[in-house]
Design a protein around this ligand. Structure first.
Ligand SMILES: Nc1ncnc2c1ncn2[C@@H]1O[C@H](COP(=O)(O)OP(=O)(O)O)[C@@H](O)[C@H]1O
Ligand code: SF4
Ligand SMILES: [Mg+2]
Length: 321
């Protein structure tokens, strides 16, 4: 079956200026990723590792500088440009939910907008649809008349999710959709997303800083470091026995799940303008060997389910994990 999304050796270089000189900043470098229909995948990594850029590539908003980014076997940016169905099918919940909603529009108007834009229902049917969507995300019908400024952070996120669901998408892409919320709002939203995934068969692509959120919500995980996916596989298996030393450091830094990641490691994170030769993690890696300074490891299969970008993966036998 053709995967829903496939990224092959995706590179995204931004041109930036430093002290009057033009430099290339490699936000993504050798990214390999396959996402099948109905999958739930968490993208995890420190700030600056390229997670948001990767989402923008998946959404067709940022074309890769090199490599191939496909949606159902066709270049994503092309599919997006040609076909309104793509924007309908692939919905996004932004990191800053409040900032993504027009403050001068009521909740009713905010949710009606995509209903109208995508021709989901008639104008007469819209109010009932809005209320059904509000119910779906656990909000009372009275909320329809309110403005975002009159609502709590948790409620605004629910509105953003209701708005994303209005187009009846098959893929929901979320950037830190639950971070910064109090524990009970976070738990309610996670339960909601999990239920929606089970009920609607949504494909879920979820950026998070929190390994607890990743393991609760997502069957698969992709761990990023400096623009590359360095480990991927079933969330439980990866977190129980990480193969990449960076994944291991992240896991060790989060002994308690459901807490934002602490700074996992000592040592300078290299600049994406000036990556070190060999493995990009070698300067911070407790397991580095001489060859790690020479060869840049690509993400390679360890078994049918798991892959790591490391010359000396930590778990030697992957037969059954
Ligand atoms: N439009 C842009 N122009 C220049 N540099 C950018 C741009 N967007 C992102 N970057 C850089 O790319 C790298 C990855 O950024 P980003 O994808 O936002 O990471 P994350 O979401 O993991 O924090 C960072 O070094 C960031 O500064
Ligand atoms: S390739 Fe070497 S330096 Fe890089 S993560 Fe693996 S062991 Fe560490
Ligand atoms: Mg980001």
């Amino acid at each position: 079956m053709t995967p829903l999304f496939e990224l092959r050796e995706v590179e995204k270089t931004f041109e930036i200026r430093r002290k009057g000189k033009k430099l290339g900043l490699r936000a993504l470098d050798g990214v390999r990723l396959t996402i099948t229909q109905g999958a739930s995948i968490a993208l995890v990594g420190e700030s600056g590792s390229g997670k948001s850029t990767l989402l923008r590539v998946l959404l067709g908003l940022t074309p890769p500088t090199e490599g191939v980014a496909l949606y159902q076997g066709r270049p994503i940016a092309q599919v997006r440009a040609e076909n309104r169905e793509f924007a309908r099918n692939v919905a996004m919940v932004y990191q800053d939910a409040r900032g993504s909603l027009n403050p001068r529009m009521t909740v009713e108007a905010l949710i009606t907008e995509p209903l109208r834009h995508f021709g989901i229902c008639t104008a007469a049917q819209a109010p009932a649809r809005v209320r059904a969507l509000l119910a779906r995300v656990g909000l009372a019908p009275e909320v329809a008349g309110r403005f975002p400024s009159e609502m709590s952070g948790g409620q605004v996120r629910r509105v953003a999710i209701a708005r994303a669901l209005a187009s009846e998408p098959t893929v929901l892409v979320a950037d830190e959709a639950v971070s910064g919320l109090d524990v009970s709002s976070q738990a309610q939203l996670l339960n909601l997303l999990r239920r929606l995934q089970a009920e609607m068969g949504l494909t879920l692509i979820f950026i998070t800083h929190d390994l607890g959120v990743a393991s609760y919500l997502c069957a698969e995980i992709a761990i990023m470091y400096l623009g590359r996916i360095v480990e991927t596989g079933p969330t439980r298996a990866v977190l129980d026995a990480p193969a990449h030393p960076y994944a291991r450091a992240l896991r060790k830094a989060a002994p308690e799940f459901f807490a934002p990641l602490a700074e996992p490691l000592t040592g300078e994170i290299p600049s994406p303008i000036d990556l070190p030769p060999g493995c990009r993690f070698s300067g911070r890696c407790a397991y580095a060997q001489a060859d790690c300074r020479l060869t840049d490891p690509a993400l390679l299969r360890l078994n049918d389910h798991r892959a790591a970008a490391c010359l000396h993966p930590l778990t030697q036998s992957f037969a059954n994990v």
